[in-house]
Design a protein around this ligand. Sequence first.
Ligand code: PLP
Ligand code: ZN
Length: 434
Amino acid sequence: MNPSWTLGCVLCGKRYAGLDPRMRCECGETLEVNHVFGDNIQPEIFDSRLGSRLPLDRSGVWRFRELILPLPVSAQGRVVLRPEGNTNLYDLPSVAEWVGLDRLLLKHEGENPTGSFKDRGMTVGMTVARLLGAHAVACASTGNTAASMASYAALAGMRAIVFIPEGKIAFGKLSQALAFGALTIQIGGDFDAAMKLVEQLCLDRGIYLLNSVNPFRIEGQKAIGFEILQDLGWEVPDWIVLPGGNLGNCSALAKGLLELRALGLIPRVPRIAVIQAEGADPFYRLYRQGGQLQPVQAETLATAIRIGDPVSWRKALRGVIASDGLVEEVSDAEILEAKARVDRAGIGAEPASCATVAGIRKLRACGTIGREERVVGILTGHVLKDPDTTMGYHRGTLPDYVPSMPNAPVRLEASEDPESLLRSIRALARSEQV
Ligand SMILES: *Cc1c(COP(=O)(O)O)cnc(C)c1O
Ligand SMILES: [Zn+2]
């Protein structure tokens, strides 16, 4: 196979072959996919596939294949897919009112097959692993990458090895990695320590690395932006807001939107706002102070963005600047409040996702985002990923935090006398006006 794309260094520009298994340039910086797009790519092609029954067309990633990874027809049968994407774009008036917007649309990436947007990158990364003839794949993960990689590796019949930081992973995610059969190694350190170990292991043993340093995962994640535009009939919103951890997703969103503009499919790019947790905010500091990224010791209850040394900061910063975007930070308390509203609207999301909504509220409060502007927020992960935080919120057991709208389960004593239990239930129903 003779790919139409090459890999290019984000810093020095050195080029490598399109299907090189390397993750970094000789200079140490990350790589990205440089496409030579075919001509005559039109939105109508992607819209026409919406009614198709072909798995490749039904995937919210591969539907945009000309923009993601243009494979020859002979290779298309080797694509590893679930299929992913096709997530809902929710119009939630109660959340809009809470953040101070006339209207707020939330793209729920938690509705992907394994419950997070990671599936969009993984289908492309795992397909490339297969095209390269890899025997095993590995990643370091705060949880969702592990869950996603384990699933896609099982589909592809490949061995999966995941490194996770001990004690700092939500149980929903860990249980998925185990269930899907990944060799799961808990590291007595944080994500950043696990990341360094896994990069070394992959180099030593010829294992294909599927962290977001992998340039092909970034290509798949571009489809979040493509699908938002398709959902909106190719009308460009004013803002797209998302949480930032390792910063692969922000890099992907910006890259995809800039490519769409270069191809003339959209007239301008939305402004991208990246929201970090205060306890894991190296990108926010970089945005404020300039210079090089200074790693921090990360701490936040939003475990999916508990990352102190984000690998894709250079790509992400370039994307934020090119979109006339910005970086904001929010506290864990603000994340929890936002999560309570998103959950209560009947949709729900994991804590890191709700940094998006907390960030929109903050940017509205200081007037950066106007009340009438058209804002799309990305919810990155499913509410079931982290049941402990949700239960802690509603039971009021989270440390140093008093929830504003707790909803703890009501306990009624079991009684010998069924009549008296029924009386208690009736009294409760009356007081709750049911
Ligand atoms: C991975 C992840 C993030 C962070 O995305 P990055 O690409 O690492 O910035 C945010 N939220 C959830 C739920 C995630 O799984
Ligand atoms: Zn280089």
